[in-house]
Ligand binder design. Structure first.
Ligand SMILES: NC(=O)c1ccc[n+]([C@@H]2O[C@H](COP(=O)([O-])OP(=O)(O)OC[C@H]3O[C@@H](n4cnc5c(N)ncnc54)[C@H](O)[C@@H]3O)[C@@H](O)[C@H]2O)c1
Ligand SMILES: [Zn+2]
Ligand SMILES: [Zn+2]
Length: 380
């Protein structure tokens, strides 16, 4: 039996029963944590575009399913082998990784051999799930959490303890989108102070990249058709922001960086935008792809070869969450990563609005605030 402050055998969860359909908030049972698991009372859950894409394309065979992978909360119970995370600790949940494969051992857990199995198979790697309704399994373990619920079953390898003083609503998006955008800048592209970066798509991932690059004294150019997002990127320190529907973006970027930009990031996963990103690079320029969309991409070889440009794909900012999230939270504390500027909060009952308004671009980062939800809906 696990150590437990108060056994939470029931959770209220946003359950999706068919791809693309609305979700229903229902009570379900959640198992006691296994030896290496951590049960978290979710206080806040960010909505990432990957939740929307996954909900739209999730196989019916893995329904019903609970999504959500930017959770922050308070540890409610830990398994017997968990000795370094205490009940009551404040935590951010991130992605899972095996810790043993070549990628994990070399410090690149985003490229773990087991990534899909551990984060997007609808259950634990052994095929079981901690969630059920009246004895029937409910799929979960999305990014080792499925945090669109009052409680999430996480694992020792994807929980990062944070200081109690940090606002959990602000902390939640650090687990995926902030780490992805900021990590792509700080861990992968690593632009020098005074160099130039173009960010295509100023959503939560793109704006996290903007903030991280501004913190490095990089000149940032943002591209997004949504005026509010362009304005926000400027307020966050971008030198210029262009509307791709109103101008020749590549030409405009060259007015700011005449020789082309040193580095670029695409968060749109749209082929024509990726072509623009490549064309905006100068000699030796590097483009990082982080958007998830069409599985195939064609890039002009002459466009790459004639200027020695390169393109790299990046998962989760190529970060080690246990090390990187504390660094990012320290940047936030120092005012260099004002993630709260991106956030709009929603009650759990309004989660469908949060998903819809994330999808249509009305809000940048929706965060579900669970503080008004009874933490033990099924129990007195
Ligand atoms: N690689 C990873 O590890 C990782 C992690 C998190 C999210 N993602 C993916 O990153 C992408 C971005 O996530 P997000 O939450 O910021 O999504 P988002 O939808 O908020 O951001 C995408 C932005 O692209 C803009 N856009 C649309 N058309 C454009 C165009 N022609 N030119 C420039 N911009 C254009 C949109 O207006 C929007 O602001 C998603 O595909 C998401 O699934 C990847
Ligand atoms: Zn691994
Ligand atoms: Zn995500």
């Amino acid at each position: 039996m696990s150590e437990s402050a108060a056994s939470a055998e029931f959770a209220r969860a946003a359950v999706c029963t068919r791809s693309g359909d609305e979700i229903a908030i229902v009570d379900l049972e959640i198992a006691d944590p296994r030896a290496d698991e951590i049960l978290v009372r979710v206080v806040a859950a960010g909505v990432c575009h990957t939740d929307l894409t996954s909900r739209a394309f999730w196989p019916d065979a893995l329904m019903p399913m609970v999504f959500g992978h930017e959770g922050a909360g308070v540890v409610e119970a830990v398994g017997g082998d968990v000795t370094d995370v205490a009940v009551g600790a404040h935590v951010v949940m991130s992605f899972r990784s095996c810790g043993d494969c070549a990628a994990c051992v070399s410090g690149h857990p985003g490229y773990c051999d087991q990534f899909v199995l551990m984060n997007a198979s609808g259950g634990r790697p052994d095929g079981t799930t901690a969630l059920s309704i009246n004895g029937s399994p409910v799929h979960g373990s999305f990014f080792g959490q499925s945090c669109f619920a009052t409680h999430a079953m996480a694992h020792r390898d994807n929980v990062v303890v944070i200081d109690d003083s940090i606002d959990l609503v602000t902390a939640a998006p650090f687990g995926c989108s902030v780490q992805t955008g900021a990590g792509t800048v700080l861990n992968v592209l690593r632009p020098a102070s005074g160099s130039t970066l173009a960010v295509f798509g100023a959503g939560s991932v793109g704006l996290a990249a903007v903030m991280a690059a501004v913190a490095l004294d990089v000149t940032v150019i943002a591209v997004d058709p949504i005026a509010e997002r362009r304005n926000l990127s400027r307020e966050l320190g971008a030198e210029a922001a262009f509307d791709p529907s109103q101008c020749d973006v590549v030409e405009q970027i060259h007015t700011v960086a005449p020789a082309g930009v040193d580095v670029a990031i695409d968060t749109t996963a749209v082929g024509t935008v990726i072509d623009q990103a490549v064309a905006s690079l100068g000699v030796g320029g590097r483009l990082a792809l982080v958007g998830v969309g069409a599985p195939e991409l064609s890039v002009s070889m002459p466009a790459l070869m004639s200027k020695g440009r390169s393109v790299v794909g990046v998962i989760e900012g190529d970060s080690v969450p246990s090390q990187f999230l504390p660094e990012l939270l320290a940047m936030h504390r120092d005012g260099r990563l004002p993630v709260e500027r991106l956030i709009t909060t929603y009650s759990f009952d309004d989660i469908e609005d949060a998903l819809a308004q994330s999808a249509d671009g009305t809000v940048v980062k929706a965060v579900i605030d669970f503080s008004a939800v009874s933490s033990k809906p099924g129990r007195a």
